[in-house]
Design a protein around this ligand. Structure first.
Ligand code: PLP
Length: 260
């Protein structure tokens, strides 16, 4: 039987991020992907033009339908849009005892908001403690902590540990928004750095879906029962390949998607 991962996230009509990116990544990594849609975005590579949150009873029904029948090995959570949806997802996965990868999606590559402003505190209080691994970029980590974006590796590690102190089992601090020619992704637990992953910064505007792809790939690895460190290492490799080939794909006129 193929390993199964579930993504709980938003739909991107442009196909580059959200549910669509997650299913492509899971499939490429040999994992069967199930999907629960939390919000529908009207979106292309340039902008998000509409967001429709799915009614919470329909989200609950989707999660129940999947978890009562499919043998889900890992859950990835992405865009949640509103406080009500955050609470509904937290309640609906309460009995799930496998790993949960929480990608605290806040802003699309186009700069449009994907999470209501007041919702980040609720995400922190209600879902963050449920995360086996949290995967913030630097602005998202700062927003969850109510602080400035980290500047320098020491501060990045300190913020990762602060997020662990709020209840996450581990935190992958993604360095793509940092400065410098090398991007550092740092996997951190309460006791410090577990592993570091480095990649040269690539000069491309086609990075739509990078965060989704990384967290979905980690979910795929954990669904295959890999250790967290190996799952993150494989996800990092997969994403590097997808970014390297993004310009060849060349979709749309804005921030085009990475290539699965
Ligand atoms: N989820 C949805 C539905 C989105 O539309 C987006 C971005 O547009 C994201 C998540 C986050 O995308 P990224 O992986 O580029 O951070």
């Amino acid at each position: 039987m193929a390993p199964i991962a579930l993504t709980i996230a938003g739909s991107d009509s442009g196909g580059g991020a959200g549910i669509q990116a997650d299913l492509k990544a899971m499939s490429a990594l040999g994992v069967y992907g199930a999907s629960v849609i939390t919000a529908v975005t009207a979106q292309n590579t340039r902008a998000v033009t509409a967001v429709h949150g799915i009614p919470v009873d329909v989200i609950t029904a989707q999660i129940e339908a999947v978890l009562t029948d499919l043998d889900v090995g890992a859950i990835k959570i992405g865009m949640l849009a509103t406080p009500q949806i955050i609470q509904c997802v937290a309640d609906s996965i309460a009995d799930f005892d496998g790993p949960v990868i929480l990608d605290p999606v806040m802003i699309a590559k186009s700069g449009d908001a994907l999470l209501a402003e007041e919702a980040s505190q609720i995400l922190r209080d209600v879902l963050l403690p449920r995360a086996t691994v949290l995967t913030p970029n630097l602005p998202e980590a700062a927003c969850l902590l109510g602080s400035e974006s980290a500047d320098g590796l020491e501060q990045v590690i300190a913020q990762g540990q602060d997020l662990c102190a709020l209840g996450a089992g581990a935190v992958l601090m993604k360095g793509g928004h940092g400065k410098g020619d090398i991007c550092h992704d740092i996997l951190i637990s309460h006791s410090g750095v577990i592993a570091q992953f480095q990649a040269p910064r690539r000069q491309t505007r086609n990075t739509h879906g990078t965060g989704c792809t990384l967290s979905a790939s980690i979910a795929a690895g954990l669904a295959k029962s890999l250790s967290l460190t190996v799952a993150v290492a494989q996800a990092h490799d997969y994403l590097q390949g997808a970014i390297a080939q993004a310009d060849a794909l060349n979709i749309g006129q804005g921030h085009g998607p990475v290539h699965h």
